[in-house]
Design a protein around this ligand. Structure first.
Ligand SMILES: C[S@@+](CC[C@H](N)C(=O)[O-])C[C@H]1O[C@@H](n2cnc3c(N)ncnc32)[C@H](O)[C@@H]1O
Length: 279
């Protein structure tokens, strides 16, 4: 008998005793129950009920913790698979920098590499440079066609990523330009967004939206689509990173409403990337 069932049975017996006592009926033969014993049994029942509640509360928490551990484990395995895929496919001459909270996740990097391999001489436009720029550069170098144009609002990170691209000898296909944030008009509002001359950009096959950071202001990445929409080829893919955050979810919702030809592409991942195709 389970703990739960035993507690229920004990409570049932107590209830029967209580009812019989109040009715004045003898319980077993001539044996009946006095008031003191009755109160003791009632107090005992209250204690047992309290213990039962605490027990089941901690069991529920334990079950939830175990489920989280399983999900964490599965995700760790998935990310390791992503890293193995990257090294096996790209075979970089130097180790890649470590993935961290600021970077894209390995499973997304894997998806990106597959996407670029499947396209003919793709043009990638990236907002927010880093390891993602190097991975795209290595892929394009490997397939021998295409380019990635990356923009970073921070001079320091533009410089660091350009150095990374040089170390991996992919500067001919990948380049980061420092583009400080400046007021850009979108709709009836000014947004701090990259100082990019959009009219001079080539048509884009893949757009990676991983900046500006959210501390700039609310919905900081929203202007990417309104400002670059006309530069996206039909069939272009748009990846919005950090889609687990409410800010990015709201951006995705707005884009979907404002661009009916935008189709959400499923990408089941704990990294939270939100993927769209311009149809
Ligand atoms: C989300 S990060 C971009 C990450 C990039 N796409 C990658 O996968 O590595 C957005 C901005 O943070 C800055 N940044 C880059 N690497 C960083 C780091 N390791 N720590 C903090 N900020 C970083 C850069 O200015 C970048 O444009």
């Amino acid at each position: 008998m389970t703990y739960h069932a035993s507690v229920r049975l004990a409570l049932l017996v107590l209830a029967v005793i209580l009812v019989l006592s109040f009715s004045g009926a003898p319980l077993i033969g001539e044996w009946s129950i006095d008031v003191g014993t009755l109160f003791f049994l009632a107090a005992f029942a209250v204690v047992v009920l309290g213990l039962e509640r605490r027990y089941f509360k901690s069991m529920r928490k334990l079950t939830a913790d175990i489920a989280t551990l399983h999900a964490d484990h599965d995700d760790t395995v998935r990310q390791l698979e992503g890293i193995v895929y990257l090294y096996a496919t790209l075979q970089p001459q130097l180790p890649l920098p470590p993935f961290n909270k600021a970077t894209i996740k390995p499973d997304f990097a894997e998806r990106l590499v597959g996407e670029l391999i499947s396209r003919e001489a793709p043009v990638v436009l990236e907002l927010g440079s880093g390891i993602s720029t190097a991975i795209a550069g290595l892929t394009l170098k490997k397939v021998g066609a295409g380019q990635i144009l990356s923009y970073d609002h921070e001079d320091k990170y533009a410089g660091l990523t350009n150095r990374l691209l040089a170390q991996h000898k992919v500067q001919d296909v990948a380049r980061v330009t420092h583009a400080p944030l400046k007021a850009r008009r979108v709709g009836d509002k000014d947004w701090d967004w990259y100082d990019i001359d959009v009219s001079s950009l080539p048509m884009i096959d893949v757009l990676l939206v991983d900046g500006p950071p959210r501390w700039v202001h609310e919905l900081a990445r929203y202007p990417a689509l309104p400002l670059l929409w006309d530069k996206l080829k039909p069939g272009a893919m748009i990846y919005l990173d950090d889609g687990k955050r409410e800010d990015e979810r709201e951006i995705a919702r707005r884009w979907e409403v404002e661009y009916p030809s935008l189709e959400r592409v499923p990408f089941p991942s704990r990294s939270g990337v939100i993927a769209f195709r311009k149809t």
